[in-house]
Design a protein around this ligand. Sequence first.
Ligand code: C2O
Ligand code: CU
Ligand code: CU
Length: 537
Amino acid sequence: MSLTPFIDPLPIPKVLNPKERHKCFTYYEVTMKEFFHQFHLEMPTTKVWGYEQQLPGPTIEVDEGECVHVKWMNGLPDKHFLPIDHTLHGAGEHMPEVRTVVHLHGAEVEPDSDGYPEAWYTNGFQQCGPCFKQEVYKYPNDQRPTALWYHDHAVGITRLNVYAGLAGLYIIRNEQERLLNLPAGKYEIPLIIQDRSFNQDGSLFYPRTVNNPTPNLPDPSITPGVAGDFITVNGKVWPYLEVEQRKYRFRILNASNERFYRMKLDVCKEQPFIQIGSDGGLLEKPVFLDEITIAPSERIDVIIDFTDQPIDSSIIITNDARTPFDFGTPPDPQTTGRIMEFRVIKSTEPDPSVIPQFLGKIKKFQECEATRIRDITLDVTRDRYGRLKFLLSNHGFIDRITENPILNDIEIWRIINQGIAVHPIHIHLIQFQILDRIPFDADSFNATGQLRFTGEPELPAANERGWKDTVQATPGFVTRLIMRFGPYTGRYIYHCHILEHEDYDMMRPFEVVPPKCKYTPSGNCPKCSESFRCICE
Ligand code: C2O
Ligand code: CU
Ligand code: CU
């Protein structure tokens, strides 16, 4: 199939209206439904799944500190329309096919509202997973304003559910940020980037198996990553947006399964991205960039100033990131090498917005504040069918918990990437800071398990020196993160956000434990010997 680029206008996801506004909380209801969506003017409609029959889902906008309750309802059919690999943990033949659970990515929430992969439920909450606790999720929004996103997280089928369309944006705002006078209203636009492939009849294509399957391979079989042939933004393939000669603020989210994007502005008159925020909110000061690499699940908050761009000029966001990143196939300049187009038109009104020189103070964690350093390796092995299987510290999702930080403790996690791909590592519950990336000898690490550094630590890039919940863990480097675990105790997860890695099996639970319960290294409370959750206090 070939499609003409830049003929569909960019849709803007609708802002969701709450069902009820109470004194002390706002209540939303969101239903997941199957419906037909048109990805491109020249295409027939495509069966998708979406929140509130929208793709991407509606944007939820809240104020910092506003207590929000959401009832996420599964109104989906019983049969999945994408190929389920029943050999994956939690997705066996005896399990209901269509299971969902919603995670608000980047949010500080209690464990029972975090969307644990085994807290899934089916249509009408008829069947529930072993960790299911409640129908209504509570979001206190006690965190810095930023763009979060909600998406499905059901164990063993997250990659399929998100690919089917279950993702949307969630924006936290506050007064302080409004006073900065950044571009706002119709000049603040979300760009949710996802790549997709289609069959001839317009239906979504998701591979059943790898390219050259061996005879005994299960069918369907998960693959090491899925990248699409078409780039969609806000649900349209290669859309265009008319922009006035003025500043715009774009809230960009990479909601793709595997694909990274290295974005540039293809324009005659030079024009940088001015990045003002990262996953966890505003940076200290704006960073001017000619290119930005965004990994799956990362968000960037950027201003583009079209003031000096000539009327009728066309500016294309291009992509030159290889897949897998950063050693695989380069994108085709005519297709996956393009994301969307801006067309410059005359302004309708003066532009009162500003780009502040200083956005706000970010208090840096000090290394000496950390009570614990943990090493996490990124591993690739083969399963009994010879398929690639990705692990964290050689453990999978169902292995016992090895990370049990004490509430409010600061820890340093060293992500050791001895492989060849960049993995976007995401930790639930908290926002972290990147300390540095230290080059090491991967071969000798693989052979002996000894870390031997081979160079000086590299400080994070200027646009990474803010709050992050996902980090690009670079091969050949130990990426060091520092974070405080709180404000809740309980069980969460961390994982690679390449969804095919997350499902198989690069996802691990961790448990934040109460300060009074001192765990032995085995993970048991010495007093009550209850594993993982102390009952003696
Ligand atoms: Cu965006 Cu655990 O995920
Ligand atoms: Cu998350
Ligand atoms: Cu990965």
